[in-house]
Design a protein around this ligand. Structure first.
Ligand SMILES: [Ca+2]
Ligand SMILES: [Ca+2]
Length: 152
């Protein structure tokens, strides 16, 4: 479950470039798998740098993440539902022409992180990412390195 949150936080963090890996930061053991593009150490360093520059915001953010984690531990179903809703909302916004699929161009404009991993997330390689493919990628990411992804 933690892993799913990390993955989602990564996917949903487009709007906050200053704090891209905060969820991962607070979650030892749920390391984001290095997929070649960004080394986790680099992201961690960036986060620490950001923390030094914004100590108060950093504390606030960490407290929020911690709180969120507690909430999710207490009520994972609710957390997952919220997460899905956010992913869907994000998806809809990025889907500029409203055909229910994200093209590479749409991803580049609306979801840069998706654009980065486009080929991996586009499971059937038709050049478009559907909501199903995106959710599947999130789940796969969540299950990575944990041996089980019992999210169905
Ligand atoms: Ca579209
Ligand atoms: Ca596809």
């Amino acid at each position: 479950m933690k892993g799913l949150l990390v993955a989602a936080a990564a996917l949903l963090a487009f709007g906050t470039p200053a704090a891209p890996s905060i969820a991962a930061e607070g979650m030892p053991g749920a390391t984001v798998r290095p997929d070649g593009s960004t080394a986790p150490g680099d992201r961690k360093a960036r986060f620490e740098q950001w923390c030094q520059d914004n100590p108060e915001k950093c504390r606030e953010m960490k407290a929020k993440v911690e709180q969120r984690r507690e909430e999710c531990k207490a009520n994972p179903e609710k957390c997952r539902a919220e997460l899905q809703a956010r992913v869907r909302e994000r998806f809809k916004k990025a889907d500029a022409n409203g055909d229910g699929q994200i093209s590479r161009e749409e991803a580049q404009k609306g979801m840069p992180l998706l654009a980065r991993d486009f080929d991996r997330i586009d499971a059937n390689k038709d050049g478009m990412v559907t909501l199903e493919e995106m959710e599947a990628a999130l789940k796969a990411h969540a299950g990575a390195g944990k041996g089980k992804g019992s999210l169905r």
